[in-house]
Write a protein that binds this ligand. Structure first.
Ligand SMILES: C[C@@](O)(CCO)CC(=O)[O-]
Length: 334
């Protein structure tokens, strides 16, 4: 049986009645993945390009279904009535409300469960991934699907609750399946010449994207020339990196990553725990390493020479004190 066709649809949202679904199973599932920024965080906020990669080992699954009473939320952070959810779930609730408003059902009561392996506040796109999964599930429970642009706008509504004026890079990348080039608010696929194996190491220190974005803005006020020159160089590195990724030039990619880390430190978004893991990665054979995401904590992204050395690199980073380590491969065409 197909989903009902009489769902009221808000006039400005580009939503479609789902073609799958069953009256016997009224719930719906949404999914999204983690992301890591290969190069260009912070510079994207000022219009420079960036490259990001999906992290397939980590993801979010959300399920939504019409509630029989007041809606309830179930996640690792909170179990209970949605009406009493704590402030730290503001982003999730914003995502849910944005999707319900777009569906023209702002007062619908849903039971929502969220299962996420993406660590929160580590620069891996947890807030955007949770929002994307919740929005897809909520729309699905209303019998709807959204086109890419509508999904993006809805995720951005939640991202604004997370950190003010997001560039849209996270919102785009958590739904991407391959490496993406982000420029002017849009993504396109990046050609990948050869497999690239990355190790992601968590400092265990909470990343503070909102604070880090504000710190760059302040520094730009006090030192416009210095900051603009760093942002320009980050943009140039991203452009060169795109070519290097397409030809599989690992050494050049690694060098650009390490240079980006220095520039990001200069913008004031570093942290001693990030530097410690960056040094451990390069001492452990990484071709380059940098902070990834908002910074001031969170994760380091390191490029391994190959899959075998990624194993040793992971061990090295664990011994250096990483709270968690993941490996992710960006597959080349070859
Ligand atoms: C720091 C930043 O560039 C990336 C956060 O993952 C912020 C943004 O793009 O909105």
């Amino acid at each position: 049986m197909t989903a009902p066709t009489d769902v009221p649809i808000a006039p400005d949202a580009r939503l479609h009645v789902a073609t799958h679904g069953s009256a016997a199973e009224p719930g719906a599932t949404g999914r999204a993945g983690a992301k890591a920024i290969l190069l260009g965080e912070h510079a994207v906020v000022y219009g420079r390009p960036a490259i990001a990669i999906p992290v397939r080992a980590l993801g979010v699954e959300a399920h939504a279904r019409p509630a029989t009473g007041p809606g309830r939320l179930s996640s690792t952070l909170y179990h209970g009535p949605i009406a009493q959810a704590p402030d730290r779930l503001n982003v999730t609730l914003t995502a849910m409300r944005a999707a319900l408003a777009a569906a023209g059902k702002p007062d619908a009561a849903l039971d929502i469960s969220i299962d996420s392996s993406v660590p929160a506040e580590r620069g891996l796109g947890s807030s955007a991934a949770v929002s994307a999964a919740v929005i897809e599930a909520v729309l699905g429970a209303c019998g709807l699907t959204a086109d890419d642009e509508t999904m993006h706008e809805l995720i951005q509504t939640a991202e604004r609750a997370a950190h003010g004026a997001p560039s849209g890079l996270d919102a785009r990348t958590v739904r991407a399946r391959a490496a993406v080039w982000f420029d002017g608010g849009r993504i396109e696929p990046v050609a990948v010449g050869d497999d690239l194996v990355f190790v992601i190491a968590d400092t265990g220190v909470r990343g503070r994207t909102r604070e880090a974005v504000a710190a760059v803005a302040e520094r730009r006020e006090s030192d416009p020339r210095g900051v603009e020159s760093a942002l320009d160089e980050l943009g140039e590195l991203a452009t060169a990196l795109r070519d290097d990724v397409s030809t599989g030039a690992r050494d050049a990619i690694g060098r650009s990553m390490s240079r980006a880390h220095v520039l990001l430190n200069g913008l004031g978004v570093g942290d001693p725990a990030l530097d410690h893991l960056v040094h451990a990665a390069t001492a452990g054979g990484a071709l380059g390493a940098k902070l990834t995401g908002g910074g001031r904590g969170g994760c380091v992204l390191a490029l391994a020479r190959d899959a075998a050395s990624a194993h040793d690199l992971s061990d090295r980073l664990t011994r250096a004190g990483a709270a968690a380590v993941w490996t992710t491969t960006v597959e080349g065409a070859a």
